[in-house]
Design a protein around this ligand. Sequence first.
Ligand code: ZN
Ligand code: ZN
Length: 362
Amino acid sequence: MGVLAFNKRLTRIRQKMEENNIDALLVTHRPNVYYLSGFTGTSGFLLLTFGEALLYTDFRYIQQAREEAPAFEIVQVNSTADYAAAAQHISHRGLKNIALEEAHVSLRDFLRFKNSYHGNGSIVPLFNFIEEMRAIKDNEEVKLITEAARIADEAFQSILPLLKPGMSELDLAGELEYRLRKGGSEKLPFDIIVASGERSALPHGVASPRIIREGEPVTVDFGAVYGGYCSDMTRTFIFGTPSPKQQEIYDTVLQGQEMALSSIKPGQKASDADAVVRGYFQQLGYGEFFGHGLGHGVGLEVHELPTLSPKGESLLKEEMVFTLEPGIYIEGWGGVRIEDMVVMRSDGVQNLTKTGKSFIIG
Ligand code: ZN
Ligand code: ZN
């Protein structure tokens, strides 16, 4: 990511601060710190005002911070979360509204900040302030995400010949993790989900020692990280011949996902996108078995804005990257989920996940 990209973001966040009457912004959530500054260290936070851009970090990261965040003045502090230093710094400047990220500041850090702030301004909680900006990706981000999706596709395809009944979920996850790392994934964005048989009814069943048998649905949900950006995909498959009910449920989920892929357009409300698939499942009597949202944004974090669910208020805009992952889960029977990652373009979504969707393998 070039320096220019970070400078642009700094300009945009200051515009946003101005629009919201915010005079100082303390940025403590690591993905947000990286997004605005380029700093990748695991300890550090930002203080932004209209005149200053400060990056506070400790001895271990001073040199790294200078190199990675040239637009910021680097301030050395002793402890990981010395928000007191930032509070004192802005105490007597006549600033009115001092904003903190409410979802990312512990009570201890909040009290530390508050007790060290001696000005007359008010402390304002902000929710999703930087995250809203992050939801719309620039070209460089889309390239990194596309590469993360490609690594995941390739890793999955490369393990297909190894899959056979009798292997455990952990074994499958291990092979996949190895191929992801060998293919260039910097780390795993989340623990690989492998849920077979009845366990496939667990939308987030991480791999267990359970042995996968013929005739059981297997859900595999995983991703890669490239250049700090995540990908996320799910495939469900079965060894041998599915029962008519298994086939029917698989086809229903696939048709639901295809409806989403072909119908979602920029400007659409996230909840309306969700409703297309939810309504279809309801018609077929499966509504109650689709217990999560249709999708979520992906970027520096594997779950970010926008939220495609019945409560999703935001509009789906061009250059947003999100998943489309309908699923049907029936307790005691099993489940099916199919997840692709897409980028919104002017005429609809472009699919970044290329792996085929055949139910039967082996
Ligand atoms: Zn997933
Ligand atoms: Zn997902």
